[in-house]
Design a protein around this ligand. Structure first.
Ligand code: BGC
Length: 921
């Protein structure tokens, strides 16, 4: 019998290994690391006591069973000894200077106040063999990094700590618990012997990092981004952060594509770089060169003294031709197994020629809108980072078209973009050229390609499962669905819809009674990407962040890990994870870089394809996001990303293309913002021409939560949703009630005005139904999950929350008041009640507790109130000598209609008669 249980131990082992393999060792002078047996270690930095398991926002809100920080893990390493005195000094100081949580969502400090290092503490540094300095940073959704101290740069206190610790320690090791790269100019100033990027590793993060520090895992992570001397050196910095227009003037010259071509001397640590505790020799050659593919073979030998893994990276230098090209581009990579000293491994990497092609968006090659290979010499480099990779041979190519496409999503306004020109001395000069502008009207294209409208048949008695069983075609099934249901199907419900797994982001599909009657299940999706987010408090596994996973360069390991996540999703009755996140690290200041993988599209695409494939093993359709150009958080729903079609295709779409073509992704989330003047959710060429027609995507497209769309030339607005339907962005996420059209969207109006067709709604409906047919929800609805698995699905862990535990509260239709009957509550020390609240009115409320206690006035009786897992208040009442009293507090519910309000009781002897939520109107 198959074992359906989630093996949490194996999950933890894989996550730990992924964090360890993601750690990137940038410096290791005199083999400062790994720590040796018996060594005494002084740990500096308050962040040793508070590990950032992930970044902020929807991608970080996983309720974990536990989190192991770096210090926790080191305490468990019996082979080393930590300086207790120094730990005590920090603990005392932290008691006086507690962790500052900030104000939640988008308003959390990027860093925490650091303790000034005293002479006494420096004494500890002197007395021990090694000083470990831990620096932490966070950022995330709705909160970019900033370029100043405390975010991208170190604060004065942090620099001072590193400087002084380095001065007196025998060896100093700096560990960076950060979401993405930070300024590294301090390394040259203070010369710590070792520097390790440890990223944010999820609940097992500390264990993974400790494995690398102690040498249980040989350091093997590689940078997924170029680290330049200064933030100003990144060509995108000039245009980053404008809330209205963001010109992608650097074009395809993002990350190493820019630095290796134009500004090698600005690089501190190149893309792909990372040290090991051992050393490797790599000998590579071109094994085969056919019209379709290039095969590169590399022999990797461990030439050092300990076992370890190496990443073989293959880069190409393609001819400059007429288009201009970066000096190097990553075209393939592979990670070896763990090689013993002296052991060899032969790695063979097959590279489709398509990955070497460039997109001609101007017609300069005579082949506009084609991927072409220009005539000339193609040189292949192989090595362990972009800079040091050595030539493995060359071959000649005649000009040829690799794929003929159609112009799509080109910019409508002129601007200048960067272009490379090869100089006689072999160097490159950056010149500018005017970007080619759009010549095709996407609306006209849509009109030429409208789907057929199926004649409405009314209910013929077919259920959705009949399509699965081949008893009826999808067309005949869809023909039965009423127009109003098709419109309702366009509207996903959430957040925290009571129709699906509690605490998740959305319910979609069969959200009305009449659709349910047709046997359409309600699909469920949940954030993502670094673990499952269930806001009611259900525990889930918190995973290493995207950057950490990218730095492993290990698609197999990432796949194994995400296979567990797929299983976990299925057991939680969730059909799709809202992830992986796969936007490009265009600039280090983007707050959501922690969710994303790299500045390189091929690496991004390959890692995400592995995640997608792995989750699909459990029937889970991961939602790749944010499609596309979500490269800053500031002004994310107002800022227009203005970029050339070439740059869009080669850089910002390439990863998505790979996740669809190689990974088989079945779900896509568009962005809040616009690309070239069209909000992505309403962009026909993006969601239909490119995604579906070119890449063969057959799944669903959903908006980001409460995203807008626009009619070209106009601003986006909440009501404007017909362009989404027309674009084939199948689902708008999210409304409180799909049938009621609470946002007064214009879909029905535009349909009746002839601006939308019923056929378009039917086509989108079929996309959604097709998705559900491949998802666990149809199996659950039709009792097709086997008894053994169902038993596991329905088994509650002690700390799980399911629908039966929730106390459902809805508002009075007239007064909008919500009343909680005290007899449903369990007010005793350590108990928790969770109210699943559906409020019609959004705004300020007064929450009034009517309660009593037999105890006297000196008794303290705290009730902590959490909304959607965020602590809102602790109402501390005194004993009332048995008298009923009222306690009122302000309570904000101006955002969203569904909430989980958790009450945690800190004391016994409390009786609650009722709790009222009264709107302040
Ligand atoms: C984020 C998405 C997320 C969604 C649902 C949005 O704020 O941008 O990435 O999946 O919320 O939580």
């Amino acid at each position: 019998m198959k074992n359906y249980k989630l093996d949490l131990e194996r999950y933890a082992v894989l996550a730990r290994q992924a964090t360890a393999e993601g750690c990137v060792l940038l410096e290791n002078e005199g083999q400062a690391l790994p720590l040796r047996e018996g060594e005494r270690v002084a740990v500096f930095g308050r962040m040793a006591f508070h590990y950032y398991k992930s970044g902020l926002g929807s991608g970080g809100l996983v309720n974990t069973r536990y989190v192991v920080g770096i210090l926790d893990a080191l305490k468990d390493c019996k082979e080393i000894r930590l300086d207790e005195k120094l730990m005590g000094i920090y603990e005392d100081w932290i008691r006086e200077n507690p962790f500052d949580e900030g104000q939640g969502w988008g308003r959390v400090p990027w860093c925490q106040k650091e303790m000034e290092v005293t002479d006494e503490m420096l004494g500890c540094a002197r007395d021990n063999d090694v000083s470990l300095v831990i620096i932490g940073r966070t950022a995330g959704e709705d909160q970019d990094n900033n370029a100043g101290p405390g975010s991208y740069c170190l604060t004065e206190t942090e620099e001072d700590m590193i400087r002084r610790v380095c001065q007196v320690s025998k060896r100093t090791v700096v560990v960076l618990n950060v979401g993405n790269i930070i300024d590294m100019s301090w390394v040259k100033k203070y010369h710590p012997q070792a520097v390790l990027y440890a990223w944010q590793g999820g609940q097992e993060g500390g264990n993974g990092v400790a494995d690398v520090l102690t040498g249980k895992v040989c350091a093997c992570g590689k940078l997924t981004d170029t680290i330049a001397q200064s933030i100003e050196d990144y060509p995108s910095t000039e245009n980053f952060g404008n809330p209205f227009k963001n010109y992608y003037k650097e074009d395809i010259y993002v990350g190493y594509r820019y630095f290796e071509t134009f500004a090698k001397d600005k690089v501190l640590y190149p893309f792909g770089y990372g040290l090991s505790y051992t050393s490797f020799g790599i000998k590579a050659e071109i094994l085969k060169n056919s019209e379709e593919e290039l095969t590169v073979a590399a022999e990797v030998v461990n030439t050092g003294a300990v076992k370890g893994k190496e990443v073989v990276q293959v880069y190409a230098k393609v001819p400059q031709g007429k288009l201009g090209n970066p000096a190097r581009r990553l075209i393939g990579f592979a990670k070896t197994g763990e090689l013993k000293p002296g052991e060899k491994e032969e790695v063979v990497i097959v590279i489709p020629k398509y990955d070497l092609a460039s997109y001609d968006d101007s017609g300069v090659t005579g082949h506009k809108s084609c991927y072409v290979l220009e005539e000339g010499t193609y040189e292949i480099f192989v090595g362990s980072d972009v800079r040091s990779a050595e030539s493995a041979g060359c071959y000649e190519e005649k000009f040829r078209v690799v794929e003929k496409l159609q112009e799509a999503c080109a910019p409508v306004e002129k601007f200048s973009r960067m272009k490379a020109v090869l100089m006689p001395d072999g160097s490159y000069r950056a010149v500018t050229e005017e970007v080619p502008v759009r010549t095709v009207d996407p609306q006209e294209r849509r009109k030429q390609n409208l789907p057929e409208t199926l004649a409405y048949t009314g209910d013929k008695g077919y259920k959705l499962v009949d399509v699965l069983d081949g008893k009826v075609s999808m067309e005949n099934f869809v023909a039965q669905i009423r127009e109003e249901d098709l419109i309702a199907m366009f509207r996903g419900e959430g957040m925290c819809s009571p129709k699906v797994t509690p605490g998740t982001a959305a319910a979609f599909g069969g959200v009305t009674e009449s659709m349910k009657a047709l046997g359409i299940p309600v699909g469920c999706c949940a954030d993502g990407p670094s673990g499952i987010r269930m806001d009611c408090g259900t525990k889930a596994f918190s995973l290493p962040n995207g950057t950490a996973l990218g730095c492993t360069f290990n698609t197999e390991l990432v796949g194994d890990l995400y296979e567990m996540t797929g299983k976990e999703l299925r057991l939680n009755k969730i059909d799709s994870l809202l992830g992986p996140g796969m936007n490009i690290h265009r600039n280090p200041l983007n707050g959501r870089n922690f969710e994303y993988i790299s500045e390189d599209p091929l690496l991004t695409g390959r890692i995400c394809a592995a995640q997608v494939k792995a989750m699909a093993k459990s029937g889970i359709g991961s939602t790749i996001k944010h499609f596309c150009g979500n490269n800053q958080e500031v002004g994310r729903s107002t800022s227009d990303s203005v970029m050339s079609e070439r740059c869009l295709r080669e850089i910002y779409l390439k990863g998505f293309e790979m996740a669809v073509r190689e990974g088989g992704a079945r779900s896509v989330m568009t962005t809040y913002g616009s690309v070239n003047g069209l909000w992505t959710a309403g962009s026909y060429d993006l969601c239909t021409t490119i995604l579906r027609k070119e890449w063969g995507f057959e799944g669903i497209v959903m908006t980001d939560w409460w995203a807008k769309s626009n009619y070209e030339g106009h601003q986006a607005a909440v009501q404007v949703k017909a362009p989404m339907v027309a674009a084939q962005n199948d689902i708008y996420m999210v409304v409180s009630d799909a049938k009621a059209n609470p946002e007064k969207d214009d879909v029905e109006e535009m349909l009746h005005a002839g601006k939308l067709t019923l056929g378009e709604l039917q086509r989108n409906g079929a996309n959604i139904l097709g998705f559900l047919l491949k998802s666990p929800s149809i199996l659950l609805l039709t009792d097709r999950i086997c008894a053994e698995e169902l038993e596991v699905m329905n088994t509650k862990e002690a700390d799980d929350v399911d629908a039966g535990d929730l106390i459902a509260i809805t508002s009075d239709p007239e007064t909008q008041e919500m009343v909680v009957d005290g007899s449903l509550l369990h007010p005793a020390k350590g108990n928790t009640d969770i109210l699943a609240v559906t409020n019609d009115y959004m705004g300020e409320f007064t929450v009034k507790f009517v309660l009593r206690s037999e105890l006297g006035e000196l008794a303290q009786l705290p009730i902590s109130v959490f909304m959607d897992n965020i602590h809102k208040m602790t109402v501390s009442v005194q004993g009332t000598n048995g008298k009923w009293v009222e306690e009122s507090r302000p309570f904000d519910m101006s955002f969203g209609h569904n909430h989980y309000i958790k009450l945690y009781y800190g004391a016994d002897n409390l009786e609650i008669k009722e709790i009222l939520f009264i709107p302040n109107r």
